[in-house]
Design a protein around this ligand. Structure first.
Ligand SMILES: C[S@@+](CC[C@H](N)C(=O)[O-])C[C@H]1O[C@@H](n2cnc3c(N)ncnc32)[C@H](O)[C@@H]1O
Length: 225
């Protein structure tokens, strides 16, 4: 796909522009082909009894809202100042930072999840490795990660995102990923029990035509498939 560089915003600028419209946009577009209930159930089934939970790329706090009944301490991190402002105004404990450079101590989260983002924040393989290492660092010994990433086999490794922000359309680049590159990076960082899914419903098997690639892994040692 030919992309005009002058039209493209970097992710921070894109999401700063999108922030005031994000929640309405998500409700009114393709996102509503996904069931919020399924999304909520899916995240909750993973983070169950976790005490400290990090939302990676939390945006306005949309998924943090879904977890309001969870007892653990919830923290969000996002690169966009405007997204963070809205999430903060919504009452969430949030920090502005890149997922590649997390401003947290070692071993401090029992669970880290990322919906509609995950490894899609990484522009290349080095960044997939850096994110995996960073997640491993901040995760507690018994910790668990759950990352929902655009599937490269369906979306492409680089694709244009065009969203409507008020009365204009804004563009950025999205980055799809494949199972093998994620598996390799997580193994390299030290993760175990690495499992892949293709959707939220009933832990659907990952297929070549799944739009998303959901990976779950633990810091403890275990089987990888
Ligand atoms: C598609 S939104 C998803 C927001 C939220 N997870 C949800 O499900 O509604 C992606 C979010 O990731 C943030 N983001 C993009 N690149 C990032 C990076 N490198 N580090 C931290 N956040 C990033 C954006 O600012 C945006 O808020």
């Amino acid at each position: 796909m030919e992309i005009e560089p002058k039209e493209l915003l970097d992710p921070e600028e894109f999401y700063d522009n999108m922030a005031p419209y994000y929640d309405r946009f998500v409700e009114s577009t393709r996102y509503n082909t996904l069931s919020l209930e399924e999304e909520e159930e899916f995240i909750k089934s993973f983070i169950k009894d976790k005490r400290t939970i990090l939302d990676l790329g939390c945006g306005t706090g949309r998924t943090m809202k879904l977890l309001s009944s969870v007892r653990g301490e919830l923290v969000g991190v996002d690169i966009s100042r405007k997204m963070i402002e809205i999430a903060g105004n919504n009452g969430f404990n949030v920090v502005q930072a890149s997922v590649l450079n997390l401003p947290f101590n070692n071993n401090c989260f029992d669970s880290i999840y990322s919906m509609h983002g995950g490894f899609g924040y990484c522009r290349n393989n080095d960044e997939v490795n850096s994110l995996s290492t960073e997640l491993f660092r901040v995760l507690s010994q018994e910790g668990l990660i759950l990352l929902d990433t655009p599937h490269g086999m369906v979306r492409g490794s680089k694709y244009m995102i065009s969203w409507s922000a008020g009365n204009r359309i804004i563009h950025t680049i999205g980055f799809g990923k494949n199972k093998d590159e994620i598996l390799k990076a997580l193994n390299r960082a030290g993760f175990g029990q690495i499992r892949f899914f293709g959707a939220y419903d009933g832990y659907a098997e990952l297929r070549d035509d799944s739009r998303r690639i959901i990976v779950c892994a633990t810091k403890g040692i275990g089987l990888t498939k």
